[in-house]
Design a binder for this molecule. Structure first.
Ligand code: CA
Ligand code: CA
Length: 76
């Protein structure tokens, strides 16, 4: 019973993160955030922070990269 509760909370937590990522931020709905989309969502973001968030340096922010950055406090 406790395990079921924990996994439900985890799923809800993941779903709300995905919702925030998709809602308004991913303007062209290609599943990743471009630099322009990140600038729109985080006007105060610097190149330094963007590069730190884009851990594989491919120029786009994936849901995984965005989630890690958000949870680590890099993006607020
Ligand atoms: Ca996009
Ligand atoms: Ca990337």
């Amino acid at each position: 019973m406790k395990n079921i509760l924990i996994s439900t909370v985890t799923i809800i937590g993941f779903a709300s993160a995905a919702l925030a990522f998709g809602e308004g931020m991913d303007a062209d709905n290609d599943g990743v955030l471009s630099e322009a989309e990140m600038m729109a969502a985080y006007p105060a973001i610097t190149q330094e922070i963007y590069d730190a968030v884009d851990t594989d340096s491919d120029g786009n922010i994936t849901l995984e990269e965005w989630t890690v950055a958000t949870e680590s406090g890099l993006l607020k």
